[in-house]
Design a binder for this molecule. Structure first.
Ligand code: DQA
Length: 139
């Protein structure tokens, strides 16, 4: 059984309600309900926080014992050297996901502090990005 963690950062607790024209109408609980049965061989853990330190603590706690981490750091992607350092520090590979196409949005969203430390980046494919990330770790 592969152990995978999905981490969503700030404001992603509001998925389904937040700017649905950008982020869609589905809550992440609904997304997880769809994804878990599609990957029966995977133990999918989920963590969401609006707090940078809480995301750091979670990465430190799980980052040496998982098969993969799928991280949508939300706005911290563009600001947090501390989370970037944590991704570099842990041994579990991290795949960066963004629901929206950050490169087609404001310039401040074009740079990620995380990408250089990640195995890959999936951007702009909506919730499908999480499924593709799980597929990657499932192989
Ligand atoms: C996001 C893109 C970020 O720029 C933004 O701050 C988010 C969500 C995405 O999934 O598209 O909160 O990470």
């Amino acid at each position: 059984m592969k152990k995978i963690a999905i981490i969503n950062g700030p404001n992603l607790n509001l998925l389904g309600k937040r700017e649905p024209e950008i982020y869609g109408h589905q809550s992440f609980d609904d997304v997880l309900d769809e994804l878990r049965p599609r990957f029966p061989g995977m133990e999918i853990h989920y963590f969401q926080s609006n707090h940078e330190g809480a995301i750091l603590d979670y990465l430190h706690d799980i980052g040496f014992g998982m098969d993969g981490i799928i991280l949508n750091g939300g706005a911290y992607t563009h600001t947090s050297i501390a989370i970037a350092d944590a991704i570099a520090a842990i041994s579990t590979p991290v795949l960066e996901v963004h629901i929206s196409n950050v490169h087609a949005r404001e310039a401040f969203r074009h740079h990620s502090y995380f990408s250089v430390h990640c195995v890959g980046v999936i951007v702009g494919l909506g919730m499908k990005g999480y499924e593709l990330a799980l597929q990657y770790f499932n192989e």
